[in-house]
Ligand binder design. Sequence first.
Ligand SMILES: [Zn+2]
Length: 89
Amino acid sequence: MNLLQKLFGSSSVRSEQRVYTFSVKCKRCGEVIQGRVDLNNDLSEDDEIFHTRKILIGENRCFQRMEVELKFTPARELIERQVTGGEFI
Ligand SMILES: [Zn+2]
């Protein structure tokens, strides 16, 4: 049985919970940037770990790129997150 169907099928879990949101703060200028991951469409599976990589660029004049890497279990629980160029807040 599909695990996602099991989790979401008959329960009252709302659809927005399929999106993981996070905030990172630029190391250089301090700008806070919001990021979001579509847990249904943005993840790649690798040996039962679902992962995604996002590049975030702020709107200020600072062109620091922040590279975010997130890993989830098959049930879409976050197990690991890393960011270069900034920090999670
Ligand atoms: Zn910046």
